[in-house]
Design a binder for this molecule. Structure first.
Ligand SMILES: CC(=O)SCCNC(=O)CCNC(=O)[C@H](O)C(C)(C)COP(=O)(O)OP(=O)(O)OC[C@H]1O[C@@H](n2cnc3c(N)ncnc32)[C@H](O)[C@@H]1OP(=O)(O)O
Ligand SMILES: O=C([O-])CC(=O)C(=O)O
Length: 379
């Protein structure tokens, strides 16, 4: 047995995957061999789901029935919506509400869990249903929290446009739906990140897909992972409300030993390629609205961090100002990340199931040895 301790499993290979590849020194990300820049520019989220789940980019005649099947699965049963209603009334955190509602979807899934772990077709059908329903849950939560009734999904809109429609009660402009769709594309997969690993660990015990996705949502929620996008926007708002410039704020935060949200990465040594794509969109939205401050604060922090620390932005840094300028409430940024990353979670579970092995690392025991046992009445 190797005795080397790798805290945080840093650099440890745990699987072979043909889903996504990251070159951390070159700042390059590919999904199944396609550069993220090409996918972001040219494909829809549905095409990327097809790519991840089926292994190749769809032709038009493959995409059409795939989109139709996804759209048919968007509606969420009243029983689940009624739980979402209760969670909204209790002011539950939206990621926690999503985690609970996704877990509950399993009660009404038409596929039985028996034999699921060895059957990619069941996993894929369940994956399609969960992915299709997550936007309906997130939008319903937001509307109920605001005292509005949920809006039923439409089947004639894309995954991205339908979410914005259910959220706001009106069809989004094409340009906004396209930006949102691109955000879903770039968040869909990223190697064995913490939430994907959580999904794989659960799947490796031959559990069911709802359990895997529920585990993954819990992992994505944390501040060191998907939760960072909300913290970025809270930081930008704090800067805006105070007299400090963005650079002064960042200097003070660093000097007091804080981590700047949206910076740093376990795999990238350079700027995350997704931050470049999202940064350009954040800038374009600022230009369209003639309001540059969010992008300007962000750029100033990026330049300061590069000069002072050499640490570059990750995917969560520019998605924050981008979503903010689209009018999306801050605490929905991480649920939106989950709405996209579920595509990757399902793909990794499907891939891992093909040659499953229980994931079970070890800890080096550093506790006491050979203690003499004393009965409770004599301690
Ligand atoms: C979708 C995603 O999950 S992307 C990541 C989202 N998370 C964040 O943005 C939260 C802020 N970032 C971080 O906390 C980290 O960069 C992580 C958790 C993402 C990666 O952490 P690790 O790989 O464990 O890097 P580690 O913690 O070893 O950091 C290396 C050095 O960079 C510093 N550092 C890393 N990130 C930051 C940051 N955001 N702000 C300031 N310093 C940082 C650390 O203090 C450390 O310095 P030291 O060696 O002098 O102690
Ligand atoms: O890969 C990681 O560790 C975190 C990340 O950027 C992602 O999950 O998108």
């Amino acid at each position: 047995m190797p005795e080397e301790l790798r805290k945080g499993l840093e650099g440890v290979l745990v699987a072979e995957s043909s889903l996504s590849d990251i070159d951390g020194s070159a700042g390059r990300l590919v999904y199944r061999g396609y550069a993220i820049e090409d996918l972001a520019r040219n494909t829809s989220f549905e095409e990327v789901l097809y790519l991840l789940w089926e292994g190749h980019l769809p032709t038009e005649s493959e995409l059409e029935p795939f989109e139709a099947k996804m759209a048919e699965e968007r509606a969420v049963r009243e029983e689940v919506l009624s739980t979402v209603r209760e969670l909204a009334a209790a002011e539950e955190n939206p990621m926690a509400a999503l985690r609970t509602a996704v877990s509950m979807l399993s009660a009404y899934d038409p596929d039985d869990s028996t034999g699921e772990a060895g059957d990619g077709e069941i996993t894929q059908r369940k994956g399609r249903r969960i992915t299709a329903k997550m936007p309906t849950i997130v939008a319903a939560y937001k509307r109920l929290r605001d005292g509005d009734e949920p809006i039923e999904p439409r089947t004639d809109l894309s995954h991205a446009a339908n979410f914005l429609y259910m959220l706001n009660g009106e069809e989004p402009e094409d340009t906004i739906a396209d930006v949102f769709d691109m955000a879903l594309v770039v968040h869909a997969d990223h190697g064995i990140n913490a939430s994907t690993f959580a999904a794989m660990v659960t799947a490796s015990t031959l559990s069911d897909l709802h359990s895997s996705v529920t585990s993954a949502i819990g992992a994505l929620k944390g501040d060191l992972h998907g939760g960072a996008n909300q913290n970025v926007m809270r930081t930008l708002l704090e800067i805006d409300e105070h007299d400090l410039t963005a650079v002064e704020w960042a200097r003070e935060a660093l000097e007091s030993g804080e981590r700047i949200p949206g910076f740093g990465h376990r795999v990238y040594d350079v700027k995350d390629p997704r931050a470049k794509i999202l940064g350009a969109k954040s800038k374009a939205l600022g230009k369209a609205a003639d309001e540059f401050k969010w992008y300007s604060y962000s750029r100033a922090i990026e330049e300061f961090m590069a000069k002072e620390t050499g640490i570059a932005p990750n995917v969560d840094f520019y998605s924050a100002s981008m979503y903010y300028q689209m009018g999306i409430p801050i605490d929905l940024y991480t649920p939106i990340f989950a709405m996209s990353r579920v595509g990757g979670w399902v793909a990794h579970v499907l891939e891992y199931q093909e040659d499953n092995r229980l994931i079970r690392p070890r800890a080096r025991y550093v506790g006491p040895e050979d203690r003499e046992f004393v009965r409770i009445d004599q301690r």
